[in-house]
Structures are given as structure tokens and as C-alpha cells.
Design a protein around this ligand. Structure first.
Ligand code: GLN
Length: 477
């Protein structure tokens, strides 16, 4: 048996049959993680996991195991695990140890999951390449000269390179789906409010959502079902009954053709996407061209609202209460040095932008307006879903780019999220599923198909995602 081919469900069956023990399984994944250190996916591999392993094995022995019991998990470094460092890949929090478990961690722990390490990311989840990490870039396993995407690049690589069976990331504008697409794995951005944000280091609170990375859609579904649900610790989390909508099998797929064909998309990615849509049509799906004019404003709205919230969320890192501290000449100088040295360039850029758009003279012109356009975008989506069950776009306009290719040009970098950002603004759920490869310099680089569903219709995403995997089976590794 090749452990590399295992999915969560298959692993569960083998654990039940005692083909191997939890300990053997976990040891295998930790060994893989140790051997593939060059990819820099993990910031820390936990070697003190005996207790977790024991608990998981006991759950099997007592017949109380869930589908996730004993499953090796990688956690993005902005998700708190009690007693472990959670640095958000920032020098600011390099030595910060979490004093409690994030709600998602608590839920996975109750299900018996085993956390084997914390993964690299762009600092405070700001970026699309993991190059903004204070601890070095993560490498794409398909071509180590390329980025894995970001900001949850480490979690994507952990799953893609067989160093974990499941991982959590966070997605504020694409940070789960984009790296999933670049690394050939499945990534889900759930409906805003369906997964608790308690215990997750905030980037932009009205957009942030935690979600799973997995090898196949079914695994992502298993993880999502374990982490979702109302949490009194998160005032934006939704009551459970809201998520129990009637689910019909999705049949009609809307494609926002003008938006998808906009300039900037790599012709090979476009061709690949259109071929996949044609294949779905052959398989009985009805394809409708739709127009979502406000999508074009997605990035502009995002780069006002997101920095505004970033500037406010990151104000707490003042070097006094916790985090990086540097003594200055006086109190103001203390702040300037602590924040100036503790935060990297991108974090500082966004704090400045956010402070600007919120400042009294500019609030109405920028922040206020962006809020109105956000409402428009949300309404456009709701309206589009009156005529279609699912909306499909490529996940990204290009395959994984080279390390350093975009790092000195923030605007180019921001464009990597053109298809994913509007989803967070509207708060709807979206799933990235591997959609074959494009060839570049003789290397096969994965690309993703993004399916978008109405609020709380994750089920529809899983249904169509699993169907799509079957349709594309030959091209998926
Ligand atoms: N890449 C986007 C950004 O830089 C999205 C980040 C995210 O989803 N956390 O903001």
C-alpha cells in the first residue's frame, strides 16, 4: 500500500481495520515532513505528539473514532493551538505562544485529529505567494523555482507534497483557493460566518474565513463538516439552522464570460477552463453566460476595505502589551521602532493605506463608497443565483509564477486574486478543484476550477466538485 495515495476516508477505513496504528501513520507523515524540509512548508513540525496520538488511538480502541480521528493535520500559523507558537509568519509575533485553542482547533481536537505542525504563510495573511513571510518563501512542489501561492502556501504544500492529509488555511481574498489551485489540491472558502473565527489572528474581519485544504473534494467536505457551526465566541458566526437549506443537485452553471475573458488571463488557462466547461456541458450541465458587471470592481473595493480593517486589527501590536518590542527615545519612538521593525513591508504598506482611507477627510470618498459597492456586488451575486445554481470561473488567471517574479510589483501581485476576491466581498462560499495542468518550460503546472454557490450552499459545491473530479479524473493526480 502506498500511503501517499491515501485519502482521509481510506485512511479511516484502514485505521479501523488496524492495517496500521495511529502512531505508525503519524510517524510516516512526520518523516515525510522532515525529509521535505527544503520546501519550507512547515515553520515547525511538532515532535511532541505522543499525547495526541494516544488519545486518537484510544478513540479507536473504544469504538469512538470519527472520520478525522488520527488524521495528520497541518495548521496555518495564524490559527491558535494552545501551548504552541502562533506567529502569523511575522517577526512581531515570533515568540508569541497561544494560551488557548482556536474554536476550529477545539473542534478538530474533539474529533481526534492530530496536529503535526504549523505552516508558513504570508505575514498576517497578506499576500499571494508566501514571499511576505518573515521566515522565507515556501516552494511549489511541482517546480521549486515557483511560489506555492498564498497566503496559505505552507498548508497547500503540506497536503500537495504528502506531509499531511488535511490542513486548515484562512481566506480573506483567495488565500485558500489560490494556493490550492497552484499546488493541485482542493481548497474551500466557506460562507462568511459558517466557520468560527475565534482564535484566528485577524487580518480583515469582515472577509476572513477559515477553511480546509485536502486532496479530494470528499475530504474537504469531511473537514468542513467538522469545523462549521455556530460559536458564541464569534459574534459574526451564524446560527446552525440557517445553514440547513434544502439542497438540490446543481444543474445550471453560470459563467461570467466577459469577466473571465478580461485581459490579464493567461490564454492557456482560459483555453483549459473553456474546455472543462465544454466537457461539463457534454455531461449534461446547462451552461449559461451571465453578466456580473460589479465583479470588475472587486479588487478596487477589496484594496480599500481590507487595508482599512487591517490597519485597525493590527493597531493592537504596539510592542507594549505583547509582540516585538524595541526601546526608543520616548513612547512614540517605542511604537515607531517596535512597529517599524516588527512588521514587514507589505504589512506596513497596508496599515498606511488603511489609515489613509479611514482618515476623516477621505472616509466618505473611499471607505464609505467601497461599502456601497460591496452591497452592489452582494446583490449582483444574489440576483445571478436566481437563474443559475453555480457560478464557475478559473481560480486564478495564471499558473504558479516564479519566486521574485512579482514580489517587487504589488499591483501585479494583487491581480493574482482577481477571480477569488469578489467571493469574499459577497460572503458566498467557493471551492477550488484541480483542473488539470498547463505546460510551462516543460513542467506541468496545476490550475484550478472555482465553483461558487449561494450563501450556505456548500453542499452544492461538494456535489458539483465531486462530479467534476470524475469528469476530469484522467488529468488529476
Ligand atoms: N492575496 C490576497 C491579499 O494579499 C488575499 C489574502 C488572503 O486571502 N488572506 O490580500
Amino acid at each position: 500500500m502506498n500511503i501517499a495515495d491515501l485519502t482521509i476516508k481510506k485512511t479511516h477505513e484502514l485505521l479501523v481495520k488496524r492495517e496500521f496504528s495511529v502512531c505508525e501513520l503519524i510517524e510516516h507523515f512526520i518523516r515525510e515532513a522532515d525529509e521535505k524540509k527544503d520546501l519550507n512548508a512547515y515553520l515547525e513540525i511538532f515532535h511532541d505528539i505522543n499525547k495526541q496520538v494516544e488519545i486518537a488511538q484510544k478513540m479507536f480502541d473504544e469504538g469512538k473514532a470519527t472520520m478525522l480521528t488520527g488524521i495528520p493535520f497541518a495548521m496555518k500559523d495564524n490559527i491558535l493551538i494552545q501551548g504552541k507558537v502562533a506567529s502569523a509568519s511575522s517577526k512581531m509575533l515570533e515568540n508569541y505562544t497561544a494560551t488557548y485553542d482556536a474554536s476550529v482547533v477545539k473542534k478538530l481536537r474533539e474529533a481526534g485529529a492530530v496536529f503535526i505542525g504549523r505552516t508558513n504563510m504570508d505575514e498576517f495573511a497578506m499576500g499571494s505567494s508566501t514571499e511576505n513571510s518573515a521566515f522565507g518563501v515556501t516552494k511549489n512542489p511541482y517546480d521549486t523555482a515557483r511560489v506555492p501561492g498564498g497566503s496559505s502556501g505552507g498548508s497547500a504544500v503540506a497536503v500537495a507534497a504528502g506531509m499531511a492529509l488535511g490542513a486548515l488555511g484562512t481566506d480573506t481574498g483567495g488565500s485558500i483557493r489560490q494556493p490550492a489551485a497552484f499546488c493541485g489540491v482542493v481548497g474551500l472558502k466557506p460562507t462568511y460566518g459558517s466557520v468560527s473565527r475565534s482564535g484566528i489572528i485577524a487580518m480583515a474581519s469582515s472577509l476572513d474565513q477559515a477553511g480546509p485544504f485536502a486532496k479530494i473534494v470528499e475530504d474537504a467536505e469531511i473537514i468542513f463538516n467538522a469545523i462549521k457551526g455556530y460559536d458564541p465566541m464569534d459574534s459574526t458566526s451564524y446560527p446552525d439552522n440557517l445553514s440547513k437549506r434544502e439542497v438540490k443537485r446543481p444543474k445550471v452553471i453560470g459563467v461570467p464570460v466577459d469577466f473571465v475573458r478580461a485581459k490579464g488571463i493567461d490564454p492557456r488557462v482560459l483555453e483549459n477552463f473553456e474546455r472543462s466547461i465544454d466537457t461539463m456541458k457534454e455531461q449534461g450541465y446547462e451552461i449559461k453566460e451571465i453578466s456580473l458587471p460589479s465583479l470588475a470592481h472587486g479588487l478596487s473595493v477589496y484594496y480599500i476595505l481590507m487595508p482599512a480593517e487591517v490597519s485597525s486589527n493590527l493597531a493592537r501590536f504596539d510592542g507594549v502589551r505583547y509582540g516585538y518590542h524595541r526601546d526608543g527615545e520616548n513612547l512614540l519612538d517605542d511604537y515607531m521602532r517596535s512597529r517599524g521593525e516588527g512588521f514587514g513591508r507589505e504589512a506596513r504598506r497596508r496599515i498606511l493605506l488603511g489609515t489613509y482611507v479611514l482618515s476623516s477627510g477621505y472616509y466618505d470618498a473611499y471607505y464609505g463608497r467601497a461599502c456601497s459597492v460591496r452591497e452592489m456586488l452582494k446583490k449582483d451575486f444574489i440576483k445571478a443565483f436566481e437563474n443559475v445554481d453555480i457560478i464557475a470561473t478559473p481560480t486564478t488567471p495564471t499558473p504558479a509564477f516564479k519566486i521574485k517574479e512579482k514580489s517587487s510589483d504589488p499591483l501585479q501581485m494583487y491581480l493574482a486574486d482577481i477571480f477569488t476576491v469578489p467571493i469574499n466581498i459577497a460572503g458566498v462560499p467557493a471551492l477550488s478543484v484541480p483542473d488539470g495542468f498547463v505546460d510551462e518550460d516543460g513542467v506541468k503546472l496545476p490550475v484550478g476550477m472555482q465553483f461558487v454557490a449561494p450563501h450556505f450552499h456548500e453542499e452544492a459545491l461538494f456535489t458539483i466538485g465531486k462530479d467534476f473530479e470524475k469528469i476530469r479524473i484522467n488529468k488529476i493526480r
